[in-house]
Write a protein that binds this ligand. Structure first.
Ligand code: TEU
Ligand code: CA
Length: 556
């Protein structure tokens, strides 16, 4: 297996709107990020993944871009960006940009032109089709954020495709001019000195020419057989690699929802000539009851099966990302751990242990290193996210589910759980803004905040800091082979990693109760690298405390 810096790095995701506000308008911004770089340096991360900061009308908080080479007004200026990049680099921190090129905003000048007339030079930059008739879209596909995936456009009497909101028209990647525009724009950012790209829904850029109805699941037809891992996706990524990526020392990660390990080897194989790693969702997307919505915890055996399969199938062949949450997912500790005051700290540290000892590049989503939790939503007016707002309307107000059934699912899985402001300290608005925050601050900020935790050596923060430093010290954490133990346990997640003369034992209890466990004999003389509880196990221990976790290292 090749050794590379991006395999050995830990990535920290910033959702700029919610990270730090420098000018009291209630919206996080670039100067805010720059002012907190020392915090990230102290945590020890290597790379920042910056969610989109480009000019955008913010229908989907920056994932709808109207100019790829300008900064969103609310976030600052290009000078602020350059300053942030320079200050990050001065601290040895790299910055990876979010590349959203499956679609643009409908306010992008390409789309403004495209919709004008059938013979406009930009017409073929997007995907236009005739309707079945004046009132009926070309097919039954549903968009990810609700409604039909087709929007009728008055000017030319045709429909355009949007797999997300109607303000996010899909680009036509079959048009070589579109690809060249995107590659030129990427080159421009690389020349500026950025350190890589996280590629938004990159597995959806190639669509089939034929666009038949999809199987109806839920309210609309499913577009995925025709739009996900489509016919030319690998041709286009190879072309992108050859024309742009291969010319720079950057890292690339492809957001590839619905990918299988076999397909992941094509996107991120060691010698595939496409991307460095995939970011796949099987462990966070297999729990839905109504589409993605549910209020049920996922069984631990199922979670272990999924994560373990990815560990073993990609070993030595392709590279994966490790994450429990991001800006589209609920908070990890509320979903996979236990956010009651009694178990919050232990379970947050346990989850971190479980993830950071696996093979892959770990991603920390802002606030995860503090054990930030889901938000206690009381009413639908509190949502800001287009997905949550539309889902409430479509499933509940106009749709098949009662409020009693749907509300618990909505508040458990809403993306807004991840988007409440970063909790910096216990002053008003958690120190995020001196103005009115664009989305409510989680009221638990007086207890859970960065100021308190950086001062407390036993905090979740310091535990993450230690996990990050262990990764730098022990190659077995990065490159070791994985083996799952106790596969059928619904309480314990136990695995080993082995590289040359070293072997790790990783023991994590996902249970809120004590449960029995004995350290295997071969680890009786091992060293404990990290543990989330004081005075941990001995050889004689036969029980783990609720959410206990530790890692043992043995010389072979
Ligand atoms: O998300 C892509 C994606 O697959 C989403 O449908 C995701 O599964 C969903 O948000 C979970 O509820 C990316 C971005 O990460 C997301 O923030 C954007 O809204 C989306 O693309 C469109 O650009
Ligand atoms: Ca601001």
């Amino acid at each position: 297996m090749k050794k590379t810096w991006w395999k050995e790095s830990v990535i920290y995701q910033i959702y700029p709107r919610s990270f730090m506000d420098s000018n009291a308008d209630g919206i996080g911004d670039l100067k805010g990020i720059t002012s907190r770089l020392d915090y990230l340096k102290y945590l020890g991360i290597d790379v920042i993944w910056l969610s989109p900061v480009y000019q955008s009308p913010n229908d989907d908080n920056g994932y709808d871009i109207s100019d790829y080479q300008a900064i969103m007004k609310e976030f600052g200026t290009m000078e602020d960006f350059d300053e942030m990049l320079k200050e990050a680099h001065a601290r040895g921190i790299r910055i990876v940009m979010d590349l959203v090129v499956n679609h643009t905003s409908d306010e992008h000048r390409w789309f403004v032109e495209s919709r004008k007339s059938k013979d406009n030079g930009y017409r073929d930059y997007y995907i236009w089709r005739e309707g079945k008739d004046a009132q009926t879209p070309p097919n039954n596909w549903g968009a990810c954020f609700g409604g039909s995936a087709w929007e009728y456009d008055q000017a030319t009497g045709m429909y355009y495709l949007h797999l997300f909101s109607k303000k996010q028209p899909d680009l036509n990647w079959d048009n070589p001019k579109v690809r060249q525009e995107v590659f030129d724009m990427m080159t421009w950012w690389c020349e500026k000195g950025i350190d890589g790209f996280r590629m938004d829904v990159i597995s959806m850029i190639s669509k089939t020419k034929e666009m038949p109805d999809g199987n109806v699941n839920g309210l609309y037809g499913d577009f995925s057989p025709y739009c996900v891992h489509g016919p030319h996706v690998h041709d286009y990524l190879k072309e992108m690699n050859q024309k742009v990526l291969s010319k720079y020392d950057i890292m690339t990660v492809g957001e590839t929802s619905g990918v299988t390990p076999e397909q992941a080897k094509l996107y991120a194989g060691e010698d595939a000539g496409e991307l460095n790693m995939v970011f796949q969702f099987e462990h966070v997307e297999s729990d839905g009851k109504y589409g993605k919505w549910t209020d049920q915890k996922f069984p631990l055996t199922a979670l272990k099966e999924i994560l373990s399969r990815w560990q073993t199938e990609l070993y030595g062949k392709a590279w994966n990302s490790l994450f429990w949450d991001n800006h589209d997912q609920p908070r990890a500790v509320s979903r996979f751990g236990n956010d009651s005051p009694q178990h919050l700290t232990a379970s947050a540290k346990m989850l971190a242990t479980c993830l950071h000892m696996m093979q892959g590049t770990p991603y920390i989503y802002q606030g995860e290193e503090l054990g930030m939790t889901n938000y206690p939503f009381q009413n639908p007016q509190e949502f800001r996210d287009i997905e949550s707002i539309n889902a409430y309307k479509e499933w509940c107000i106009e749709g098949p589910l009662s409020y009693e059934t749907f509300w618990p699912c909505l508040i458990y899985k809403s993306r807004d759980n991840a988007r409440t402001p970063m909790q910096w300290d216990d002053t008003e608005n958690a120190g995020f803004t001196a103005g009115t925050p664009w989305i409510s601050v989680n009221p638990n900020y007086t207890e859970i905040n960065a100021k308190k935790q950086t001062a407390d050596p036993d905090s979740v923060f310091h535990y993450y800091k230690k996990l990050i430093s262990l990764r730098k010290q022990y190659p077995v954490i990065v490159y070791g082979a994985y083996e799952l133990l106790l596969k059928d346990s619904e309480e314990l997640f136990v695995y080993t990693r082995t590289l040359e003369h070293q072997k790790l034992l990783v023991v994590c209890s996902f249970s809120e109760n004590a449960c029995s466990f004995r350290v295997p004999e071969e680890f009786h003389d091992a060293e404990c690298l990290i543990s989330n509880m004081p005075s941990s196990y001995t050889k004689e221990t036969d029980e783990l405390r609720p959410y206990e976790a530790f890692v043992l290292l043995k010389e072979l």
